[in-house]
Design a protein around this ligand. Structure first.
Ligand SMILES: Cc1ncc(COP(=O)(O)O)c(C=O)c1O
Length: 366
């Protein structure tokens, strides 16, 4: 049996360190913010090569507070990928702005710069580039468009801990399944801009920089010190874990090459990836997933319902066919198990089962 992901494995690898980290917080008596959160923020900023990191309660909050911190709100339009996880859209909606979905490059699944420029209008204030599946979006080309058109570029880096952020203000999630995952919810914004970091920090703390002085109508969204303590321990292993992900991805790429109708992930020139997901595409995706399931091999779909077809956006005027690339990805994408604790034998088993299933002729598929 090969589950898609077993969250206990990373915890067990670092169990003594994590136990000590949790005990450290318990004995400190400091259960909101404090030294542990501050230490993680400094360590994660340094790891990302950025000046500031502000811990918050989740990846969705990191995106929302980043947009609010940039002053984006009612009457503004924000460009988002049509094929992202819905949280990217929800953050834009949460600040009162309008999402302007743009179709991705069908090979990399990331924003396609010429389409982004075509979608811009007088109300466009920002572009949210998503580093989907762990691969950096085309930050160079998007940054150039953003500068030329006078709009802001930010990144949803929820799936991309360890990539080069290119100096772009970036929102992270520490949801347990992420490359750097907590033992619960968590998130952070990373930026070089001290004033922006200060605004986000205040917004996440009731709009207050100083106790009882509330400058803005903020929210309560802070990184929990218990999670910060766990993340500090895991951060020490992130590079090694990402290296292991690269090795496994290289194995998949080599061994799955040449299977008819199977589309393998492609890393674009000038981009890099930390392989949060190994996303393949196949016209008989559901059948393949079922066959792998019969062999007790877990897979996932990222994501079966594109945001524009979700109930949440039913009043936005989209229909089936509004974003055909996103819809095709939703219909054909399948993520194979890929995590640092997967063994070579398991990869070979997955490859073997997938090859067998993919080679069954169409007419034999019920
Ligand atoms: C691309 C993307 N954006 C945003 C989020 C939201 O993060 P969180 O679940 O921590 O709110 C996630 C993960 O869930 C994600 O994958």
């Amino acid at each position: 049996m090969i589950p898609f992901l077993d969250l206990r494995l990373a915890t067990e690898e670092l169990r003594p360190e994590i136990d000590r980290a949790l005990a450290r917080v318990m004995t400190s008596g400091c259960y909101i913010l404090g030294a542990e959160v501050e230490a993680f923020e400094n360590e994660f900023a340094a790891y990302c090569g950025a000046r500031h990191c502000v811990g918050v309660a989740s990846g969705l909050d990191a995106l929302t507070l980043l947009l609010r911190g940039l002053g984006i709100g009612e009457g503004d339009e924000v460009i988002v990928p049509s094929n992202t996880y819905i949280a990217t859209w929800l953050a834009v909606s949460a600040v009162g702005a309008r999402v302007v979905p743009v179709e991705p490059d069908a090979a990399t699944y990331n924003l396609d710069p010429p389409r982004v420029e075509d979608a811009m209008g007088p109300r466009t204030r920002a572009i949210v580039a998503v580093h989907l599946y762990g691969q950096t979006a085309a930050l160079g080309a998007l940054g150039e468009i953003a500068r030329r058109r006078g709009v802001m570029l930010v990144a949803d880096a929820a799936q991309a801990h360890g990539v080069d952020l290119g100096g772009v203000p970036s929102a992270f999630s520490f949801y347990p399944t992420k490359n750097l995952g907590a033992l619960g919810d968590g998130g952070a914004v990373v930026t070089d801009d001290a004033a922006l970091a200060g605004r986000i920090r205040a917004l996440g703390n009731y709009g207050s920089r100083k106790k009882h002085l509330n400058e803005m109508r903020g929210v309560n969204s802070r990184l929990d010190p218990l999670q910060a303590a766990v993340l500090r321990e895991k951060l020490l292993h992130l590079d090694a874990w990402n290296r292991r992900r690269r090795q496994i991805a290289a194995l998949y790429l080599e061994q799955l090459d040449g299977i008819p109708d199977l589309v393998l992930p492609r890393v674009a020139e000038g981009c890099s990836t930390v392989w949060h997901a190994f996303a393949i595409r196949h016209p008989r995706r559901d059948w393949l997933a079922r066959q792998l399931g019969l062999e007790e091999i877990g897979t996932m779909i990222h994501y079966p319902v594109p945001p524009h077809l979700s109930q949440a956006y039913r009043d936005a005027g989209y229909r089936r066919g509004s974003f055909p690339i996103a819809e095709r990805i939703a219909a054909e994408e399948l993520s194979l198990p890929l995590h640092p604790h997967l063994t070579v034998e398991q990869v070979e088993e997955i490859v073997g089962s997938l090859c067998l299933a993919a080679c069954v002729p169409m007419e034999d598929v019920a």
